[in-house]
Write a protein of this length. Structure first.
Length: 119
């Protein structure tokens, strides 16, 4: 399975971006998908996740500003980011946990997309 992120870039504080993650295989076979981020010198952290049943979770730091969604027909995961802050600057990674078929079962990552928020 290949995951390809897009939509990152440079934005001013309080601006918005929408990240997309296109999967090469049907995402209805995933248990959960999520967005992670890693800032320089820091560990990778979970930003938001969404289950196959559309249950969502968010990091406290992004609640009320970010919205995760998925379009199963397009095999695409999204992250809408509003009111961006300089501390949101990081490389953002898409993750998908496939639980079927057995040949695809596993944890997959995209290559990452850079988000830079200027003050």
């Amino acid at each position: 399975v290949q995951l390809v992120e897009s939509g990152g870039g440079l934005v001013q504080a309080r601006g918005s971006l929408r990240l997309s993650c296109a999967a090469s295989r049907s995402i209805i076979n995933t248990n959960v998908m999520g967005w992670y981020r890693q800032a320089p010198g820091k560990q990778r952290e979970l930003v938001a996740s969404i289950s196959s049943g559309a249950s969502v979770t968010y990091a406290e730091s992004v609640k009320g500003r970010f919205t995760i969604s998925r379009d199963d027909a397009r095999n695409t995961l999204y992250l809408r980011m509003n009111n961006l802050k300089p501390e949101d600057t990081a490389v953002y990674y898409c993750n998908a946990q496939y639980d079927r078929p057995f040949s695809l079962k596993g944890d997959y990552w995209g290559q990452g997309t850079q988000v830079t928020v200027s003050s």
